[in-house]
Design a protein around this ligand. Structure first.
Ligand SMILES: [Zn+2]
Length: 140
């Protein structure tokens, strides 16, 4: 299922503007490391930029990373968010408090549906691996 992922600043209630389709792992890692990345960019964009014609571009999964946006939200609460209003902690877990009410309801229904896929056969619990959300967002 297609899903456009983005960085979201919870401090400013603002998205980065760029989305990465199927970019959940990349965007979650980016959110986790955003302070280090923006600190490095701040160093390059500061004194070093004045000495030369420095241009910095980072392109990932066919989209440019908006470094100016990252820099302007450097000390803010940056998170990974999907197209359906779900927001994730820096550990990559669903964060209902930061997500839309509709996303919280969808997550609840998804959990119920996944629980319904568990069937007991001969005393053993079996989980079907099919379904749109099967196997996603689980830790190994
Ligand atoms: Zn911000």
């Amino acid at each position: 299922m297609s899903n456009d992922w983005r960085l979201r600043c919870l401090t400013c209630n603002e998205d980065i503007g760029t989305t990465w389709n199927h970019g959940d792992e990349w965007v979650k890692r980016l959110a986790r490391r955003h302070k280090e990345i923006s600190s490095a960019f701040a160093l390059l964009a500061g004194d070093l930029r004045d000495d030369c014609d420095l241009e910095i571009e980072i392109k990932a999964h066919y989209e440019y990373l908006n470094l100016e946006w990252l820099l302007s939200h450097r000390d803010h609460d940056i998170r990974a968010a999907d197209a359906y209003g779900k927001v994730f902690t820096l550990d990559g877990e669903f964060d209902p408090a930061a997500s839309t009410l509709q996303a919280v309801e969808w997550e609840r229904k998804d959990r119920e549906a996944r629980a319904g896929l568990t069937q007991v056969h001969g005393g053993q619990s079996m989980r079907r691996s099919s379904g749109p959300l099967a196997g996603r967002n689980r830790r190994p």
